[in-house]
Design a protein around this ligand. Structure first.
Ligand code: SAM
Ligand code: SF4
Ligand code: SF4
Length: 371
């Protein structure tokens, strides 16, 4: 069986229309890839658009008024998303994260949340349904999302200082509105809330301790993310990466912390707790410490391409199947075949490669497949 690479009308990245294997076993949640990793976590990018222009993700110079975002017809509809999500859940996915772009810019997103929250795992358990947002319209949307069945949110926030925050989002967006979004999420019960801060040395690293102080003593878990070399447009440089170990050292100097055990296998964040009982923080060391061994995440792009790794150069065009004459069983068989062949472990191999992933191929952009 060979996969075909076909030209697509609006293709962003090389995509392969998946082959449909015959005689595949029905999805039973026992799928594993070539490195023995199960499929547990699905991240769905519901839009490639965003109202921020964070330099590490959608730099203004590239994503300007001439940038062609995907036309609406290219996006998977809510019905298509719910259908494919159901197939992933049958394969063992327990957790679905909606992301983007800015997911809350997708019109009526709460309708999709309602459709996804109706799914349950083969064991009859509710899905862990969550969303990552820049928080800009969260205050307005929090109640509707909660009512639709969203369980919790992760909010990205790179600084508390208004001037630094406006520079980070490069859209002159005030920090007060994001803080208002976090408060609204707390009020309606979209917790436990996580806050993600991407740290760029020399740009916002002076905010590390201020952020820790702000969230210490609250149920909100602040997580520091190393600036990653995703995509090809963010001008990534190793000297702008602040290793998590340094972040922890800086916090420990002011608020002593100690390491704690991970919550579950495949968790990306390393957990630390304040010795005085003030709660916990996390660090995500995607650059300095590979965590591919337990990586159980699949990503679905805005136009329905399945990516097996954040750093993948090729997707698998599930939209072609969803819009073709295929049954759910056939789509499940195709996804099972793709996952069974997965051997991605980019972060682990990074140190042996050049910054360009070795192949010279164009890596997928973060706003397109989501974080
Ligand atoms: N717009 C939403 C937001 O910002 O939360 C969701 C999409 S965004 C792509 C998801 C996450 O990826 C955010 O927490 C963002 O900070 C993170 N991210 C984007 N580019 C990154 C990079 N180059 N390195 C590390 N994290 C990055
Ligand atoms: Fe937008 Fe999120 Fe990317 Fe920032 S990180 S540009 S908020 S998609
Ligand atoms: Fe998973 Fe790829 Fe990240 Fe490794 S580099 S943890 S395989 S997404």
């Amino acid at each position: 069986m060979t996969d075909r690479v076909i030209p697509l009308a609006d293709h962003r990245y090389a995509a392969t229309v998946p082959a449909i294997p015959t005689g595949a076993l029905p999805a039973n949640g026992l799928l594993s890839d070539r490195l023995g990793r199960p499929l547990r976590d699905l991240r769905i990018s519901v839009t490639d658009r965003c109202n921020f222009r964070c330099g590490y993700c959608m730099p203004k110079e590239v994503f300007d008024k001439n940038y062609q975002f995907l036309p609406h017809a290219s996006l998977l509809s809510f019905e298509e998303l719910a259908r494919v999500a159901k197939v992933f859940v049958a394969h063992g996915v327990h957790k679905i994260r909606l992301t983007g772009g800015e997911p809350l810019l997708r019109k009526n997103l709460e309708v999709l949340v309602g459709m996804l929250s109706a799914l349950s795992t083969p064991e009859g358990e509710a899905l862990d349904l969550t969303l990552t947002t820049n928080g800009s319209v969260l205050a307005k949307k929090a109640q509707a999302l909660k009512d639709a069945g969203l369980q919790r949110v992760t909010v990205s926030l790179d600084a508390l200082d208004d001037a630094i925050f406006r520079r980070m989002n490069d859209a002159d967006f005030p920090v007060a509105d994001v803080l208002g979004g976090i408060e609204a999420a707390e009020r309606v019960g979209l917790g436990p809330i996580k806050v993600n801060m991407v740290v760029k040395r020399g740009i916002n690293d002076q905010e590390i301790v201020a952020m820790a102080r702000h969230f210490k003593g609250t149920p909100i878990v602040l997580r520091f993310i190393e600036f990653m070399d995703v995509g090809a447009t963010n001008g990534w440089r190793m000297d702008e990466v602040m290793p998590s170990a340094e972040v922890v050292r800086r916090i420990d100097a002011v608020f002593p912390v100690e390491a704690i055990e991970p919550n579950c296998t495949g968790e990306t964040a390393e957990r630390w707790r304040y010795r005085d009982g003030g709660g916990e923080i996390g660090v995500i060391s995607s650059v300095t410490q590979a965590f591919c061994r337990d990586c159980n995440r699949a990503r679905l792009s805005t136009e329905g391409k399945l990516f097996l790794c954040l750093f993948a150069t090729h997707g698998h065009d599930l939209r072609a199947l969803l819009r073709g004459d295929y049954s759910d069983e056939q789509i499940a068989a195709a996804i099972g075949h793709i996952w069974a062949g997965r051997d991605d472990r980019y972060s682990e191999l990074r140190s042996a490669m050049k910054a360009d992933a070795g192949s010279g191929e164009r890596r997928v952009e973060m706003h397109y497949i989501g974080g």
